[in-house]
Write a protein that binds this ligand. Structure first.
Ligand code: CP
Length: 336
């Protein structure tokens, strides 16, 4: 586990990401048997949220409990985040008291600065640039639902819709892992050149492929997984009419669009979804939909990421050291 922080899957090699995903799978398998090893006994995770969350908040909090640790929910208005105290000072102080920090921040630069200040690992729980914990979960979910006979490197993933922070992360991890990735969107909502350059460099190293297209029906033609995300987010309310017009009806995931993909093709969404907007109820609730497996996998993924990042850094004293420390404590107590 070479990088101290988990801010971007680009900070990790293919081998490291596969090692992480293997660990997540092992922890999930153990959990299925009712085994929840307390690998982070007594550890604390500070969870900083500048935006609301259902999956990220619950999965990290429950993961820490399963692992024998504890999570604190910290949000603006309840801590001095960027107001009355600098981000640097907040990062320094929080990291002196906890074993890890998970942060969902409005700006990507904020999580970078938090990491620079922090003495403990910082995990990116979504920024305006990327969502790395989500896409590790997504690859695990794809591995579990690969068509028979296909390897991960054979898998074709088509993301339909806006070039969101989830699109960037998914494009980066899929191309890093040597998968075949297509983004289908109107030209205006396609990824910026710098994102495409990152993904193209990944493909050169991994043997993966990258395609960006406007024709959505051709884009899904060989897809093993069709993935979509919201067409607008908080702060983009004034763009709703033009975005709706750009994406509707061609880029909405409908049963008719799914019929252009192979019969085994699965539907994915990071959630929350706007039912009836980027995807119909019929697809969300169809046998092809694996959205709730995907959502559950956030829990297993956070457990794996937390163990991967935090476990090697926790102090595990020998019995002799523990006993000597306890003797000192008992001696101090006897003076009371
Ligand atoms: N997918 C995801 O991150 O969901 P939340 O916003 O509910 O955390």
């Amino acid at each position: 586990m070479p990088s101290k922080h988990f801010l971007d899957t680009q900070d990790f090699t293919k081998a490291e990401l596969l090692e992480l995903i293997h660990l997540i799978g092992v922890l999930k398998e153990a959990d299925r048997k009712g085994v929840r090893p307390k690998l982070l006994q007594d550890a604390s995770l500070g969870m900083i949220f500048e935006e609301p969350s259902t999956r990220t908040r619950i999965s990290f909090e429950v993961a820490m409990t399963h692992l024998g640790g504890h999570a604190l929910y910290l949000k603006p208005g309840e801590i001095h985040l960027g107001e009355r105290e600098s981000l640097y000072d907040t990062g320094k102080v929080v990291s002196r008291m906890v074993d890890g920090i998970m942060a969902r921040t409005l700006k990507h630069q904020t999580v970078i600065e938090l990491a620079q200040a922090s003495d403990v690992p910082v995990i990116n729980g979504l920024t305006d640039y990327n969502h790395p914990t989500q896409v590790v979960c997504d690859v695990l979910t794809m591995l579990e639902h690969l068509p028979p006979g296909k390897r991960l490197e054979d898998a074709e993933v088509t993301f339909v819709g806006d070039a969101t922070n989830v699109l960037s992360s998914l494009m980066f991890i899929c191309t890093r892992l040597g998968m075949k990735f297509t983004h289908a969107a109107p030209e205006r909502y396609q990824p910026p050149q710098e994102w495409l350059h990152i993904a193209q460099r990944n493909c050169q190293e991994s043997g993966g492929s990258l395609r960006v297209a406007e024709d959505v029906r051709t884009a899904v033609h060989k897809a093993d997984f069709i993935y979509t995300d919201l067409w607008w987010w908080v702060g983009q309310e004034n763009e709703i009419p033009e975005r709706r017009q750009a994406f509707m009806p061609d880029y909405q995931i409908t049963a008719e669009l799914m019929a252009h993909a192979p019969a085994h093709c699965k539907f994915m969404h990071c959630l929350p979804a706007s039912r009836g907007v980027e995807v119909t109820d019929q697809v969300m609730d169809s046998p092809a939909s694996i959205i709730f497996d995907q959502a559950e996998n956030r829990l297993h993924t956070e457990k794996g990421i937390l163990v991967w990042m935090l476990y090697p850094r926790l102090k595990r004293p020998t019995e002799a050291v523990r006993q000597a420390a306890m003797n000192n404590v008992e001696e101090a107590l006897s003076r009371l």
